[in-house]
Design a protein around this ligand. Structure first.
Ligand SMILES: O=P(O)(O)OC[C@H]1O[C@H](O[C@H]2O[C@H](CO)[C@@H](O)[C@H](O)[C@H]2O)[C@H](O)[C@@H](O)[C@@H]1O
Length: 258
């Protein structure tokens, strides 16, 4: 389906707050969640953007904060992890985390036994991700299994399609709420939010940002989206960030070389 969206604009100078999804936005998807790696160039860009935006930069991701720290090591950023069930509101502050309901661990064991080794069951405390990239034919079965489990979980849960998989998460896990949480506190408060994401779970973040008169950008959209702008792929997303929030001297060098 062809999607008509305006080209993502270059942003005027102003007080922006930047929220970034990770997988599929800053990093190309890989065969396994642990096979991705972060380049020094991306680490450097994150540091530059944090400096230029006076700290108003946060990851808003389905990964846990500890997984994000491992990826970006030694960098520590502000993060909403597990779709906002975890927060680190300052780069060197504590991580506020949600509890894991006991049933989720039992469910993970059952699903793993039922689906076999082709499906990677990522246990993220209160969130369960079933990765079917290596066995796409098992996606429908995996989805049915977690949907059937909804009734027996102790509090409200829902199922959201992932990229080559499916995730089961508490109702309160939502990227929009995670963004609002940051927007209430310095250095984010009073700024205009920009959010880049690529997935179904990012749609809720786009809606929140649209409501705040912000800039919502979906990377590589594959269907309808609430995002008001689109970017073709990860390479273009990084280039756009570089052009708008990166080191102006490096950008001038790039422009001269083209
Ligand atoms: O919110 P995000 O930062 O986009 O994180 C979403 C999920 O990303 C990871 O899974 C996805 O990326 C993997 C690496 O490319 C890929 O192998 C997998 O198929 C994708 O679904 C991560 O493992 C999940 O925990 C995140 O929720």
């Amino acid at each position: 389906m062809r999607i008509e969206r305006p080209m993502t604009p270059n942003l005027p100078e102003g007080k922006w707050a930047l929220f970034l999804d990770i997988d599929g936005t800053l990093l190309e998807h890989a065969a396994h969640p642990d096979s991705v790696s972060v380049s020094n160039e991306l680490r450097q860009l994150m540091q530059t953007m944090e400096r230029r935006l006076d700290g108003a930069v946060a990851f808003v991701t389905g990964r846990s904060v500890s997984a994000v720290d491992r990826l970006f090591d030694p960098l520590k950023m502000r993060v909403a992890g597990l779709y906002g069930l975890e927060h680190r509101l300052t780069s060197d502050g504590p991580v506020e985390a949600a509890d894991e309901p006991a049933d989720i661990a039992a469910l993970a064991d059952e699903v793993e036994a039922e689906l076999g080794k082709g499906v990677y069951v990522e246990r993220k405390g209160p969130v369960l991700a079933l990765h079917t990239r290596a066995a796409p034919h098992l996606l429908a079965r995996a989805t049915v299994l977690v949907e059937k489990a909804l009734d027996r979980l102790p509090r409200g849960y829902r199922v959201i399609p992932g990229n080559a998989g499916v995730e089961l998460m508490p109702l309160e896990a939502a990227k929009g709420a995670a963004i609002r949480r940051f927007m209430e506190i310095p250095p984010f408060v009073g700024r205009r939010p920009v959010f880049l994401g690529d997935d179904t779970s990012d749609e809720n973040g786009f809606e929140t940002v649209n409501g705040e008169d912000g800039i919502s950008i979906r990377i590589k959209p594959r269907g309808p989206t609430a995002a008001r702008h689109v970017i073709a792929d990860v390479t273009d997303a990084i280039a756009w960030l570089q052009a708008n929030f990166g080191d102006p001297a490096r950008q001038a060098g790039r422009d001269a070389a083209e």
